[in-house]
Ligand binder design. Structure first.
Ligand SMILES: CC(C)(COP(=O)(O)OP(=O)(O)OC[C@H]1O[C@@H](n2cnc3c(N)ncnc32)[C@H](O)[C@@H]1OP(=O)(O)O)[C@@H](O)C(=O)NCCC(=O)NCCS
Length: 157
């Protein structure tokens, strides 16, 4: 999976996508430390140990570099940035039964706007899975020859 590059100076506005998610009953907000155990176990259960490890690193950042999607008081999705590398977005995921409601797009944009506020001009989407999703919503472009990139030879067990 290739990495992708996003122009942070050309991002779509955040408020309309937050509103779309809210209308579907989904709140997007930054995670806070006391819910770390809930989030990590949810990520592990839905997406595996590797993403749970990355999420733990995001929780070690101050402020926590992880946004959550919450529906009816339950975790519906998450997005991290600056977990495995500075200036990298990811991992991110939404509960399978709640996809298509705008949570993924809102988590992505909330994170990228936060990265812009940190002072970055561009962001890297690490090991981008759904390339069309990133291209469509934030104009991301594939970085040539970026596979396996920073993930070369990492230990999975
Ligand atoms: C990718 C993911 C986070 C998107 O979450 P989501 O909540 O379903 O996304 P949204 O509802 O915000 O999608 C909004 C838009 O993106 C489009 N979209 C969603 N997933 C897409 C995909 N895989 N490929 C292309 N377009 C996609 C939708 O059609 C929709 O378009 P519209 O706004 O024009 O109607 C979710 O599919 C997921 O968790 N996938 C598994 C984990 C994963 O691959 N994470 C990314 C790792 S790099």
């Amino acid at each position: 999976m290739s990495d992708m590059l996003v122009k942070l100076y050309d991002l779509p506005d955040l408020e309309p996508v937050l509103k779309q998610a809210r209308e579907a009953g989904i709140d997007i907000r930054r995670a806070i430390a006391p819910e770390k155990h809930v989030v990590i176990e949810w990520v592990r259960k839905h997406f595996g140990n590797g993403w749970a490890s990355e999420c733990e690193v995001a929780f070690a950042n101050q402020p926590v570099s992880c946004y959550l999607a919450v529906k009816d008081g339950q975790l519906a999705g998450f997005a991290c940035y600056e977990a495995t590398c500075k200036d990298f977005f990811g991992p991110t995921g939404v509960d399978e039964s709640l996809r298509g409601l705008g949570a993924g797009k809102a988590l992505l944009l909330a994170s990228l706007h936060a990265m812009r506020s940190l002072g970055y001009g561009y962001a890297v989407i690490g090991g981008a899975g759904p390339k069309d999703f990133y291209a469509k919503h934030v104009g991301a472009t594939v970085i040539e020859n970026s596979t396996p990139g920073i993930y070369r030879g990492y230990l999975k067990q």
